[in-house]
Design a protein around this ligand. Structure first.
Ligand SMILES: Nc1ncnc2c1ncn2[C@@H]1O[C@H](COP(=O)(O)OP(=O)(O)OP(=O)(O)O)[C@@H](O)[C@H]1O
Length: 251
């Protein structure tokens, strides 16, 4: 049994079967990649883990609890954090403030409640936020305004906003999308460091260099169906995987 057990997930949008009997088992402390051509159903699946979508049928068990029917903030409090593809940061606030907000949200359950309530335990949260910024090598930029960061740095800030929640499972949606190669390599190194602390990560990624540098296990989706799940060396030469990508539109 893994920390995240997904079985028999089906999800349709109108006449489109976006997920078709999907099973996935993410083992504790591993980096598990979900790959597949455009439109394969990767984001839909991730959205089923965080409560943004409710599958038509199926089971999503995380660390002994069922996530089906829970609200996004409840799933977050259960220990699942997500780093989005487009950074969802507060542009006018400092890096430190940006990282403090999800720490309060994890503790208290919602953003809005926190922004107007007295900031209980602020110094502890501030300390944790500084530690999370240090984890992504941005402690020296804590006072900078988030909007002034480069795109790569904004992604790292978002990573800190996930880490500050001290999740048991971190979901990363294309963490290197749109990055130049040097930034991508720096992000790979950073994620390797974070993985070495024992944090379980699920990563959606199109860049195979990133996938094969990080993943210990890979699930391949095509047209909503899992066509392979294995260790990276076996996925590379898998005939069904090559077929799914042949002439595919993945970037
Ligand atoms: N809210 C929605 N309403 C209708 N169709 C949707 C919705 N969300 C996704 N789809 C469709 O479901 C299918 C799976 O989409 P999804 O975004 O999960 O794929 P993906 O593998 O993440 O693709 P990409 O790599 O391009 O992000 C696609 O055909 C998409 O058009």
């Amino acid at each position: 049994m893994g920390i995240l057990n997904v079985s028999s997930i089906n999800m349709h949008f109108g006449g489109l079967q976006a997920l078709n009997n999907v099973n996935l088992d993410v083992r504790q402390g591993t980096v598990h990649a979900i790959i597949g051509p455009n439109g394969a159903g990767k984001s839909t699946l991730l959205n089923c883990f965080v409560g943004r979508l409710t599958p038509d049928t199926g089971v999503v068990d995380f660390d002994g609890i069922s996530l089906i029917g829970l609200k996004p903030h409840e799933i977050n409090q259960a220990g699942v954090s997500r780093v989005f593809q487009t950074p969802e940061i507060f542009g006018d606030l400092s890096l430190l403030e940006n990282v403090m907000i999800p720490a309060f949200a994890k503790r208290d359950g919602s953003y809005r409640q926190n922004l107007w309530a007295p900031l209980r335990g602020e110094s502890k949260i501030r300390e944790r936020a500084m530690a999370a910024l240090a984890d992504v090598k941005m402690a020296d930029k804590a006072g900078m305004i988030a909007n002034t960061l480069s795109r790569g740095d904004k992604r790292r800030l978002e990573l800190a906003m996930g880490l500050v929640q001290e999740p048991k499972l971190l979901l990363l949606d294309e963490p290197t999308a749109g990055m130049a190669r040097a930034d991508t390599n720096a992000t790979i190194a950073l994620l390797k460091e974070i993985s070495a602390t024992g944090l379980t990560m699920v990563i959606i990624e199109h860049d195979m260099h990133v996938v094969f540098s990080l993943a210990e296990r890979i699930t391949v989706l095509a047209q909503g169906t899992v066509i392979a799940e294995d260790e990276p060396a076996k996925i590379k030469g898998h005939p069904k995987v090559q077929e799914a990508y042949l002439g595919g539109t993945h970037s």
